[in-house]
Design a protein around this ligand. Structure first.
Ligand code: NDP
Length: 285
């Protein structure tokens, strides 16, 4: 019987990239399903991106993840964008469909899937997002495309909050407002889902949390964080004390990886295994 030793290659291009944990969970998933895929964590300097994309085409890689500083810079090198990636204006996943490179953004999809796993739907809900960077943008756009009733953006730099909310309203028709993230700011009344999409609380700054009025969080709210290491952030701890339902950022990370997995392999990802692998990697068990 003839054997096939050829690997299907995927991976991540970034700089810095050494501590990106995605490869660990993707490789565990490939192995569990017996798929001939390999995930490579590759340092690609900003100026080397065109060469790296040419290499991806030459190696006929199945796809790639992009992280800092390539999520926007990669767009001119692609043949097509999904609707969400085009509106978000950033790509974190490329799928190579027979030589055509398609750009997708799975960050917001990962968060919405994590909501769904926890019985939280965004349709007709009022989402309040702290932050207006890449993660906030992806979550805001996906929530709007999924039928959110209202999206409010609070950001330290007000101009960015306003630009994002105007873009959401114009591109998706969902009412959106941009407000300043001022010290002790109250969470707006009627908030259903509150998201910390700032980088506050990210390792090694795990003692920090966004400076909001935590007394304005009510038990009816779902509260979530994009920060995943450590997932038990001070923001979520405070929200839990107020009686809110909390969803941690590990769910977003696992689910965006699961979406990538399916786009590249066509198979459902073994999410429980991927989460266990990450928890082990982060020393959480
Ligand atoms: P960006 O640099 O694009 O955005 C950072 C955001 O945080 C900005 O809105 C910035 O406000 C705000 N911010 C940072 N520091 C402060 C501060 N001290 N006070 C107030 N606001 C602050 O980063 P990303 O959006 O790409 O990433 C944000 C976080 O999301 C990171 O922790 C990242 O690890 C995480 N992430 C998690 C994922 C997951 O799967 N769980 C996926 C993707 C990202 P300003 O505009 O005023 O500077």
């Amino acid at each position: 019987m003839s054997k096939n030793y050829r690997a299907e290659l995927v991976g991540v291009f970034g700089d810095p990239v050494d501590e990106n944990p995605t490869g660990v969970m993707e490789e565990a998933a490939f192995e569990a399903l017996g798929l001939p895929f390999r995930y490579l964590t590759i340092r690609v300097r900003r100026e080397e991106l065109p060469g790296a994309i040419a290499g991806l085409r030459a190696f006929n890689m199945r796809g790639i993840n992009l992280t800092i500083p390539h999520k926007i810079a990669v767009i001119p090198h692609l043949d097509e964008l999904t609707e969400a990636a085009e509106i978000i204006g950033a790509v974190n996943t490329v799928i190579n469909e027979g030589g055509r490179l398609i750009g997708e953004n799975t960050d917001g999809k990962g968060m919405l899937e994590s909501f769904a796993e926890n019985g939280c739907e965004v349709k007709n809900k009022h989402l309040v997002i702290l932050g207006a960077g890449g993660a906030a943008r992806a979550i805001a756009v996906e929530a709007a495309l999924a039928g959110a009733g209202q999206v409010t953006i609070l950001n330290r730099t007000l101009k960015k909050a306003r630009e994002l909310s105007e873009m959401i309203a114009n591109r998706t028709g969902v009412p959106s407002e941009g407000l300043p993230l001022l010290p002790e700011v109250r969470v707006p009344e009627g908030t259903d889902v509150l998201v910390n999409a700032t980088s506050i609380g990210l390792y090694p700054d795990t003692g920090s949390r966004p400076d909001i009025d935590y007394d304005s969080i009510t038990p009816g709210m779902v509260v979530t964080d994009v920060v995943f290491n450590d997932p038990n952030t001070r923001f979520l701890q405070a929200a839990k004390k107020r009686g809110a339902r909390i969803i941690n950022g590990l769910g977003m990370l696992v689910n965006q990886g699961a979406v990538n997995f399916k786009l590249w392999t066509g198979k459902e990802a073994p999410k429980a295994l991927m989460e266990r692998t990450l928890r082990g990697e982060f020393g959480l068990d």
